[in-house]
Ligand binder design. Sequence first.
Ligand SMILES: C[S@@+](CC[C@H](N)C(=O)[O-])C[C@H]1O[C@@H](n2cnc3c(N)ncnc32)[C@H](O)[C@@H]1O
Length: 349
Amino acid sequence: MTLNLEPDQPVKHQRRKRYSGTHPRRFEEKYKEHNPNRYADTVAKVLDSGKTPAGTHRPIMVAEILDVLAPKPGDVVADCTLGFGGHARALLEKIIPGGRLIGLDADPIELPKTEQRLRELGYDSNCVTVHRSNFAGLPKILAANQLSGVDIILADLGVSSMQLDNPSRGFSTKGDGPLDMRMNPQRGQTASDLLKKIEAAELETILTDNADEPNARTLAIVLAGKTFETTKQLANAIRETFPEPRRRSDDADLTIRRAFQALRIAVNDEFSALDTFLRNVRYCLNPSGRIAVLTFHSGEDRRVKKSFEAGLSEGFYSAIAHEVIRPSPEERRANPRSSPAKLRWAKAK
Ligand SMILES: C[S@@+](CC[C@H](N)C(=O)[O-])C[C@H]1O[C@@H](n2cnc3c(N)ncnc32)[C@H](O)[C@@H]1O
């Protein structure tokens, strides 16, 4: 292959696209936040204001998770929701030397970036391996790594801020983008496809079961079988189910958030993945191994609680959390996205 390098031709300088107003508003315009090494001051200001810099994710309840998982040098960890790698980094700092982390995530877009960040921090393939996999497949991933069990399992459920804040992923209730919502955009149907095909009765069940939506019936009748190409179109249609004086109310915003959550859970089949994972994990822990799960709504927490209680009474676990652990008021203030988090843990016999 011949490379057509023309050294005499000056490289054309590409100007950054201008944004209107004094501050960038759109995800892709936040060029300083996307370059944290170059613009550390801007990133620090964003963090101080209680926001998450674009393209990043702040790990939640790190101290509490380290406390219940008690990682030590030599431990083998399965981080089943690698995300940005924040919890993974905190765990790696405790298990090296001698330890090893197996990272799983369903997202093929963010996973390579996270792997690269971990490699740049000096974690080579002897101490970190990453796998694009649903965590329902944890036993297979462990087998592929010649592991019969691990000392620590962590699952931090839901979506990352990178997924949530990037309008092109279609999770966002704020910006506009294609109505997608797939954690793995290479597989399955989008939220737009789901709404196009679904009957009202089935959508009502999704809205009730996945988000305890009180207006499930009205919403289902309005939305089922309709075509919504973008997140804004769907959000506006939900808003319009409210009478005019309440269209901009907190109630309307909350209903939009709940409907998006319910659809996301359905699109990604999140509950059946979680049920399979919870059934499997008891067989994936070494003796005295520890598992922690961070949940973000009642549908998830109910499942984790029931599974840990069953594991305790069936003799798989020697101890479990009887009460959920919640983020401190300081963490909730500093990172409002942590507010709904609930942490539960279990310890294998
Ligand atoms: C809240 S984020 C995790 C953030 C991570 N703990 C950190 O510190 O950066 C959740 C991640 O789990 C992934 N995820 C959600 N459900 C999954 C599943 N069933 N299997 C694998 N990954 C999943 C999402 O793609 C997302 O990256």
